[in-house]
Design a binder for this molecule. Sequence first.
Ligand SMILES: [Zn+2]
Length: 278
Amino acid sequence: MAPDMENSLRKFMKESKLLSVLTGAGISAESGIPTFRGPEGFWTIGSKKYHPQEMATYRMFLEKPVEVWKWYLYRMKICRNAGPNPGHLTLVQMEKLFKNRFKLITQNVDGLHLRAGNTMENTYQIHGNIFYMRCIDECRSEIYPLPDNLPGKEKGEDLTEKEKELIKCPVCGKITRPHVLWFDESYNEKYYRFNSSLKAAENTGLLLIVGTSGTTNLPNQVARTVQNNGGTIIDINIEENSFTDIALSSDKGYFINQPSSTALQSILKVFQNTDLGT
Ligand SMILES: [Zn+2]
């Protein structure tokens, strides 16, 4: 690691501002999970092929709720079969080191950060979590874990009548929906920690952007807010992306052109060899 980057990490550690980490598809890709915005996400219903950006909508759910559920249960199966990788585990170590000075803002719905061991308290799943569901009518604002006996599905595999019962709201009996943010919906605090994410950004001294290219709105706002408040941004990605320029124009910002796990491990090493501020 460049000595000036190391110095800036050490200096940050002695301050009291937050360490925030924004993660995207790149860190999940290292666990073998595809983005589902590409070919893996296309879905055939009858003779028609649907684009992922048509499938992941409230509009499609209202039209074909069971088909949308089948698509999510297919994706859920892939996520369930994958496991956290060294990048995820390194972020758990960072949270242990920084405790409540650590905030993780993730666009990934695969739940791998929580499975790795990051806490619910400091992890903002801004696009939801595929292992949870909630009432389509929001009769309660509760989020329910998918029932254990609801299996993941192969492409094209139908839901049995018994499985259709399992995706009903336990309170009112109407159908539930996957607990994910769809393309035709907006962020909010209740389900997606919108305000908490922006508040964290305002208090962030160091933002690590990991494996995301910045195509959605809230991640961009988070990066801009950190930049405007004088924080340092380090962009970690295997290719240059729209966050690279923001990072390089932030105070002492960097671009690390490496896989997430490699880059995060070298940053953790510097933190582990430095004393925390009080
Ligand atoms: Zn309900």
